[in-house]
Design a protein around this ligand. Structure first.
Ligand code: BJW
Length: 245
């Protein structure tokens, strides 16, 4: 079923000069990457985040965590960006000031052609030393996980629960949220902080907040416009309407 996109939303988007977008796992769902919190298909319905996505879990069982991420990395390498990613790459070209902030670690925005992507939770393709935090591009594959020359385990360069987000990425995201006229929150359950604060910061600063998500979230009641549909369907429609506005 088509989602109704109000004309007023199109007019506000057409008039805006500064746009910020926050994406979550939902935008990659149509590419075949599972979300985290969807009841039956989400990763956390099958795996324990305390064991797999915390530094304490990694310290307890580095092999389990390394291999879980290796499997996810292989799955991501085998999928393609979807029409939602493509629509956001096209939307970027309309605006002089456009910031795409993603919680995703899958590079699908970049592969769809988005240029200025702010990655809040890292990137699964990168590997770093768990002690020194330096990025390592080549490593032996005789151990699981492999070791850094300093002797510490290597780990994926992603942000686990209880870890700080990369300071420069968070600062860019907060600045974009506080200075935009339109803020789009797409495919995120708005449960994980500090990312979940970004649309609220935009609201406080006077921006129009739009949510695209087939399900209601903690943000829905605050959003000026809620488009209850799949990103891969709604975003291309939005783009098409905008092109003829
Ligand atoms: C569709 C769709 C379609 C489906 N189209 N939509 C304040 C209050 C309470 C707690 C905290 C707080 N501040 C900090 C915390 C602690 C914690 C936190 O937020 N906990 C909450 C869960 C309670 N945050 C942190 O620890 C963060 N660090 C931090 O704050 O440091 C400072 C600090 C440290 C210690 C104490 C206090 C402060 C770090 C968070 C790191 C999150 N890491 C993960 C894993 C990344 C690596 C990996 O991929 O393995 O990031 S967890 C996971 O959740 C992943 C995601 O990026 C993140 C958000 O999930 P997302 O993207 O929203 O996915 P879902 O599944 O939740 O939602 C998908 C949505 O899509 C759904 O709504 C669907 O309906 C929708 N959808 N199909 C559009 N086709």
């Amino acid at each position: 079923m088509d989602v109704v996109i109000p004309q007023e939303l199109i007019e506000r988007l057409a008039a805006a000069r500064r746009v910020a977008v926050l994406t979550g796992a939902g935008i990659s769902a149509e590419s075949g990457i599972p979300t985290f919190r969807d009841a039956l298909t989400g990763l956390w319905a099958h795996y324990d985040p305390q064991e797999l996505a915390t530094p304490e879990g990694f310290a307890r069982n580095p092999k389990l965590v390394w291999e879980w991420y290796a499997e996810r990395r292989a799955r991501i390498a085998g999928v393609q960006p979807n029409p939602g990613h493509a629509a956001l790459a096209a939307l970027e070209k309309r605006y002089e000031h456009f910031t795409l902030v993603t919680q995703n670690i899958d590079s699908l925005h970049q592969r769809a052609g988005s240029r200025a992507v702010v990655e809040l939770h890292g990137n699964i393709a990168r590997v770093k030393c768990s002690r020194e935090e330096t990025i390592v591009s080549e490593y032996p594959d005789d151990e699981s996980p492999p070791r850094c020359p300093c002797g510490a385990w290597l780990r994926p360069d992603v942000v686990w629960f209880g870890e700080m987000l990369p300071a420069d990425a968070l600062a860019r995201a907060e600045t974009a949220a506080e200075h935009c006229e339109m803020f789009l929150s797409i495919g995120t359950s708005a449960q994980v902080y500090p990312a979940a604060e970004l649309p609220l910061r935009a609201l406080s600063a006077g921006a129009t907040v739009v949510e695209i998500n087939p399900e209601r979230t903690a943000l829905t009641r605050h959003a000026h416009f809620s488009l209850p549909g799949a990103a891969g369907v709604v975003l291309p429609q939005l783009l098409q309407r905008l092109a003829s506005a």
